[in-house]
Design a protein around this ligand. Structure first.
Ligand SMILES: [Mn+2]
Length: 485
């Protein structure tokens, strides 16, 4: 052990004991916890970006609403709201109020519209104790103490739990505005009258949907706001948010690594269990058992276990067939760990050996993936990855059987927000997943890995799982232990 490290060990042990003694064991020690301060930094970064859309001296209001409550389903917060707050509270709404100083253009540094004022408001539903008997306790908005106008106990607690814990700035927002940072959801409508009357631009994301489709809740909400404030300009913050979300922080990368590690373990479990006569749903059960066992809350998307003819169905999720020796099985799965999803695909032979014909196709897909991953480095357009994979498959004469894109961003959503028109930058995490599907021969092959763009190129985060066909066969035979290639 190098000398420089030794003195640090006793200190670290002491720190652990200190935290155990203080009763806070695990709270700060969890390396997979995203620091609360990071969520605030994201809100500030978003505001800096949105400010550029304001006229000089103008004011903007951005609203981010909770996903609708889902009775009889596990609540999953809207990813944008989660990204900005790190909370999973149904019925909550985030409001950001900010301005752009007049004449700021000349003094702003390096293209950034910074230097404006900013206030944030997190609206929480009031506690419903009867409901909580069914769903468990939630932070409530509380209120202000009548004598002092200081937050009461409930609100103080909510401020702590949510990280909206800074006392309001006395200078901003102006007098007669709500002060925040935690407010009651039942006050939101009245508060919006104050916010939006004084604003130039409302930032609100609402997917317009297709003609003839029912109005989405977000669109209905926006229509209501337009009716109430007909002169306000509406802008979509989604692009700005996507450009933030597509660059992962070290804390996010750590969560993705964990989700991917669990997913690799689940693949290995399944491969060692696959036998002729087993059903696809039994293979799925082996995989999802491992997800839950390792602390993943759910699959990040419906698990795909497609054998034989189903290997050629791109989003097959019925898992109904019984597998037979000689089948290929496309296993496209991803654990969701603390909101971050993995997405790893391997194609394995039932019986443990690829046929010559399967092997031929497998090698073409593998080579396409190898070349595509080799092309990844900062400055290369995102679209270039698909071009490289396509070219490799075209050279082999199978372009007509490559039916989908090669890459998508990965993060809070399995198809994560991001700008696919952008150049690659360090900190992006994306999939590389070429495939060839010969339906008439029941040969579908997809190989998918999760890749982190680094300063120097690419790191394959799912490298814990073999992809070379000989190594896949060996792993299936149990010849490689955990972590084997
Ligand atoms: Mn994918």
């Amino acid at each position: 052990v190098p000398g420089g490290i030794r003195p640090a060990i006793p200190t670290a042990i002491l720190a652990v004991f200190a935290s155990l003694l203080s009763g806070e064991a695990g709270l700060r020690a969890d390396p997979l916890e995203v620091p609360r301060e990071e969520f605030r930094s994201r809100r500030i970064a978003l505001v800096s970006s949105l400010r550029a859309d304001l006229p000089e001296g103008g004011t903007g209001v951005a609203i981010f609403r909770s996903a609708p409550a889902a009775p009889f389903a596990t609540f999953r917060q809207d990813s944008d709201l989660y990204y900005l707050t790190g909370t999973e509270i149904p019925g909550s709404t985030l409001v950001l109020l900010f301005d752009r100083p007049a004449g700021a253009k000349g003094r702003k540094p390096a293209g950034k519209a910074s230097g404006g004022r900013f206030a944030e408001f997190f609206y929480l539903p009031e506690r419903d104790y009867r409901e909580e008997r069914w769903t468990g306790p939630r932070p409530g908005a509380g209120g202000l103490r009548p004598e002092t106008l200081e937050p009461d106990e409930e609100r103080n607690k909510a401020m702590q739990v949510t990280g909206f814990d800074r006392p309001p700035d006395p200078d901003y927002p102006p007098r007669n505005y709500p002060k925040g940072p935690v407010e009651r959801a039942s006050d939101l409508s009245a508060h919006l009258r104050i916010f939006l009357r004084g604003a130039d631009v409302l930032f609100f994301a609402a997917d317009p949907g297709s003609p003839g489709e029912a109005l989405s809740p977000a669109l209905a909400y926006l229509r209501d706001l337009r009716d109430r404030f007909p002169t306000i300009r509406v802008a979509d913050p989604s692009g700005a948010l996507a450009r933030l979300r597509m660059i992962k922080s070290p804390a996010e990368i750590a969560l993705l690594r964990k989700a991917i590690a669990i997913t690799c373990e689940a693949h290995r479990d399944a491969w060692s269990r696959i036998r002729s006569g087993m059903t696809e749903y039994q293979i799925q059960a082996v995989i999802e058992h491992r997800f839950l066992h390792e602390g993943a809350r759910r699959p990040g998307f419906p698990s795909i276990v497609g054998s034989g003819p189903n290997s050629c169905v791109l989003h097959y999720d019925a898992s109904a067939r019984t597998v037979e020796t000689g089948d290929l099985v496309v296993i496209d799965v991803g654990a969701e760990f603390r909101r971050y999803s993995a997405d790893v695909t391997r194609t394995v032979p039932v019986g443990g050996r690829f046929t010559e014909e399967q092997l031929k196709i497998y090698r073409i897909v593998l080579e396409a993936q190898r070349r595509a991953i080799a092309a990844i480095r900062p400055g290369v357009p995102f679209t270039e990855i698909h071009k490289v994979a396509r070219k490799a498959i075209e050279e082999a004469g199978y372009l007509a059987y490559f039916l989908h894109g090669t890459s998508h961003f990965l993060g809070l959503d399995v198809h994560d927000a991001g700008d696919t028109g952008a150049e690659l930058r360090a900190g992006m995490v994306l999939t590389v997943e070429p495939g060839i599907y010969l339906a008439e021969k029941s040969i579908g092959v997809r190989i998918e890995d999760d890749v982190l763009v680094t300063e120097r190129g690419a790191e394959i985060l799912s490298d814990c799982l073999p992809r070379d066909p000989a190594a896949v066969e060996m792993q299936m035979a149990g010849g490689l232990g955990a972590g084997g290639r």
